[in-house]
Design a protein around this ligand. Structure first.
Ligand code: NAI
Ligand SMILES: O=C(O)/C=C/C=C(\O)C(=O)O
Length: 410
């Protein structure tokens, strides 16, 4: 990883953390309050960096800068093809820094380095390129109203957009939100999750290098109830987009309704079922179920963590799933042989362990796993329960951890 590598995590080198301040109007600045917060390396539980703690005053400043940038027209009135060109440059810069960016999400969020480097970061660049291509194809419609009259529609940028990002896919979800916003000609304030603020600040730096004008993309790191709430209730934010828990999604919608009735996009939790019938290829189904439940340590909104298996193949499915779970390697997320790193933080770690305890006390059978592992950090064994009943919490709640619940059906 070159000369910048100075520290170690799980025995591997990680890059120097260069950006820890808020990014407002094209500059890295301290929070108005001067406060900072710690971001933790989940492989060790130790402090990785101190990051500026933005709150309402910083959000106000960032929104004002985003408004000024919108009103000056430098971005919304730039031709779509020119905006697309700048977005393409940003995509190229992301490709060039893939290793460093992947290392940041790995140390900050416990994500697998190889997955982030070879899957997520390229997907972020692809997402930008896709929307860069769309930037000059934002069409309206022409309607013939009568022989004398025609009506037409124009699509216009909505204005200043607020984005609130979770910690499970800090890069992917940053670009799922930021790319279409840039393409449409909007300006924005992004609030990354407090657990994983580092890559967003690096993206802000790259955005400036790519030529995105000052004030178009602002990043305010900080906590949900302060910075996040200030963004969603802001009177001068024209639209808010949020990915995270259902509980906070409700708060965001309420804040939007109570302030300026801004439109809201929410991407929330889930408890996706997999339904596996007797005629399925059992080996393939076992592999897919394992990936579906344990991918990204189960920290994904589409985790297929409740699995219904038809009675004819149930016993075989259970036996093979137990074998496969045992070969699923948990450990240092920089190690290419490892399948699963640590949960993102102590809170999630404890929450997942408490669901496991709940499953046991509710009468489900613990087939494999069920414990924390490793000498330090927030690691949990891939865990499978059988004999799960519909009304158990482990079959109802989004666990957001490596826990699979198996249920037999006729
Ligand atoms: N759909 C998804 O991808 C995600 C789902 N979750 C679910 O939520 C559970 C709890 O995780 P948390 O980190 O507590 O999620 P969360 O919903 O609290 O956090 C997500 C984002 O919302 C912000 N936020 C928190 N409170 C806010 C508020 N009052 N106003 C505006 N923004 C606010 C946070 O700072 C973060 O940026 C997880 O166990 C999981 O079940 C969590 C993260 C992502
Ligand atoms: O598209 C992906 O690779 C991952 C997306 C994850 C989410 O949207 C989520 O967990 O909320």
């Amino acid at each position: 990883m070159g000369e910048e590598c100075k520290r170690t995590s799980g025995g591997h080198e990680v890059p120097e953390i260069k950006f820890t301040k808020l990014f407002i109007n094209g500059e890295f600045v301290d929070a108005v309050s001067g406060k900072t917060f710690e971001t933790i390396d989940p492989t060790t539980g130790e402090v990785l960096a101190r990051v500026a703690e933005g709150d309402k005053e910083d959000i106000d400043l960032a929104v004002k800068m985003a408004r000024d940038a919108f009103d000056c027209g430098c971005w919304p009135r730039m031709s779509g093809s020119q905006r697309g060109k700048i977005m393409m440059r940003l995509a190229d810069l992301i490709d060039q820094h893939a290793e460093e960016l992947a290392a940041l999400d790995c140390v900050d969020g416990g994500k697998l380095f190889s997955h982030v480097k070879f899957l997520e970061i390229p997907k972020c660049a692809e997402c930008l390129r896709y929307f860069a291509g769309a930037a000059d194809k934002i069409h309206g419609e022409t309607l013939k109203m009568s022989s004398e009259m025609q009506a037409y529609t124009l699509r216009e940028p909505v204005g200043v957009v607020g984005h609130i990002i979770p910690w499970n896919f800090p890069s992917t979800l940053f670009f799922y939100k930021v790319s279409p916003t840039l393409a449409a000609g909007c300006t924005m304030v992004v609030k990354p999750a407090e657990q994983t603020p580092l890559s967003a600040l690096f993206y802000a730096h790259l955005a400036k290098q790519a030529g995105i004008p000052d004030g178009v993309l602002n990043v305010v790191t900080g906590f949900g109830p302060t910075a996040g709430a200030a963004l969603s209730s802001h009177m001068d934010v024209d639209k808010i987009s949020f990915t995270g828990s259902t509980e906070v999604g409700r708060l965001v919608m309420e804040a939007a309704a109570k302030s300026n009735l801004k439109p809201v996009s929410l991407e929330l939790g889930g408890k996706s079922p997999l339904i596996i019938f007797d005629d399925a290829d059992v080996d393939m189904a076992v592999d897919l179920a394992r990936m579906s439940s344990f991918y990204n340590k189960g920290e994904i909104c589409v985790a297929g963590s409740r699995i219904y298996v038809q009675e004819g193949i149930y016993d075989e499915f259970v036996r093979k799933s137990a074998e496969k779970a045992k070969s699923w390697k948990v450990g240092d997320p920089f190690d290419p042989q490892v399948n699963q790193g640590p949960q993102v933080d102590k809170e999630q770690f404890e929450k997942v362990l408490s669901y496991i305890e709940h499953g046991k006390s509710a009468g489900a059978t613990l087939l494999t796993g069920g414990k924390a592992c490793g000498e330090r950090g927030y690691y949990i064994e891939p865990t499978i329960f059988t004999d799960v009943k519909e009304d158990m919490l482990i079959a109802q709640d989004e666990i957001f951890g490596p826990v699979m619940s198996l249920m037999k059906f006729k």
